[in-house]
Design a binder for this molecule. Structure first.
Ligand code: FMN
Length: 348
């Protein structure tokens, strides 16, 4: 799939995810076959103001390329300034977030709030495109504000006319919760509406889901968020499904163990230990979420104080799994809980 002049080699894109799609996460996804990864959303103003937090989020290593940086902004000057600043880092794509429904974002007229004013949204995209030189600009959209206010055909067209190289469509409205299914039918309508590449997003959890979305909606590429948590295997499995006609299925427990440890060590390299322990925890739990004993394992790993302790816990947990130590979990219930709230083991 091509974004501007950039050829991704495949159609699989890792979604921007706040507090999740950091360098360790992206490196593992890439190793397992993702064609493009994204940083979490980063404030355009934060970049201009040289805020440490913003610069930390957008930092990436050269061997992570191709990579996209996602910006959050609502002011054409700030967005253009941030894009100009980003030229130094040479990301392969720069995206504008027009989909985040979280109140602390929308109340500042950012994220999904931009969907309410397509004309202003168009001005923001134009400002970014003008500042970007040959870096392609993508726009991450939702269907609209609510079921009664779906305006994706309009926003998609505005994005195209404003110079965007691609659009990413999360097939939910701003008001649709994760527990409700996305409406993929809109993706097909969007494909008929614009000529630029359309990337479909929403509830892709298995290689079969990816294949089905591409076949049903004709999207050029797919973006995966929750389906990649503790599951970089989804990228390779999709490639195998396409190449061999069959899915190799869930990885072995030894492979999960190996990748969970590799991921934890990358996190340990990236952050000070106190931060790394917390970041590794949630990723480790995600790797084992579909296996028995997950709640027991989650509460044990919560108590560990360092990465080596966490790795020891992984080994012990895997041994217990091999010995069928745990009673059978209600798989469907856990899966449902995870889809609704990715930190499914925490009390609300
Ligand atoms: C933990 C988490 C963080 C997210 N952060 C962002 C973000 O920074 N920017 C963004 O555009 N979307 C963000 N999203 C939304 C995803 O990119 C994606 O659009 C959404 O989860 C639907 O895809 P999925 O069904 O594959 O999860 C986030 C989602 C999750 C689960």
């Amino acid at each position: 799939m091509k974004l501007g002049n950039l050829d991704l080699g495949n159609r699989l894109i890792v979604a921007p995810m706040a507090d999740v799609s950091d360098a360790p996460f992206r490196k593992i996804a890439k190793k397992y076959g993702a064609g493009l990864t994204f940083t979490p959303m980063v404030s355009a103003k934060g970049i201009i103001d040289n805020e440490f937090h913003a610069l930390r989020i957008l930092a990436f290593a050269r061997d992570e390329k191709p990579i996209g940086v996602q910006l959050l902004g609502n002011n054409p000057e700030y967005l253009a300034g941030a894009v100009h600043e980003l030229q130094r880092y040479k990301p392969d794509v720069i995206d504008i977030n027009c989909g985040c429904p979280v109140e602390k974002v929308t109340k500042h007229n950012l994220g999904a709030q931009l969907l309410d004013d397509p004309i202003h949204m168009g001005k923001l995209i134009e400002a970014m495109v003008d500042a970007a030189g040959d870096i392609p600009i993508s726009v991450k959209l939702r269907l609209g504000k609510s079921d009664g206010k779906i305006n994706i055909l309009e926003t998609a067209k505005v994005a195209e006319e404003s110079g965007a190289a691609a659009i990413i469509v999360h097939a939910r409205t701003r008001n649709t919760k994760y527990k409700d299914d996305p409406n993929w039918d809109w993706l097909l309508k969007v494909k008929e509406q614009v000529k630029i590449p359309v990337i479909g997003n929403g509830s892709l959890f298995t290689p079969k889901d990816i294949k089905e979305m591409i076949e049903r909606t004709k999207v050029d590429g797919v973006m995966i968020a929750r389906g990649a948590l503790g599951n970089p295997f989804i990228f390779n499995r999709y490639r195998e499904l396409v190449e061999n006609g069959s899915d190799s299925g869930e990885p072995s427990i030894e492979e999960i163990e190996e990748v969970a440890i590799m991921h934890s060590r990358l996190i340990a390299k990236e952050y000070p230990e106190a931060v790394a322990v917390i970041k590794a925890r949630k990723n480790i739990i995600w790797y084992f979420k579909h296996l028995d004993g997950i709640h027991k394992f989650a509460s044990t790993i919560m108590r560990t104080k360092n990465i080596e302790g966490e790795i020891k816990m992984i080994h012990e947990h895997v041994e217990k799994l091999k010995q069928n130590f745990y009673p059978k979990d209600d798989r469907e219930l856990i899966n449902q809980k995870f889809k609704e709230r990715v930190l499914f083991w925490l009390n609300e």
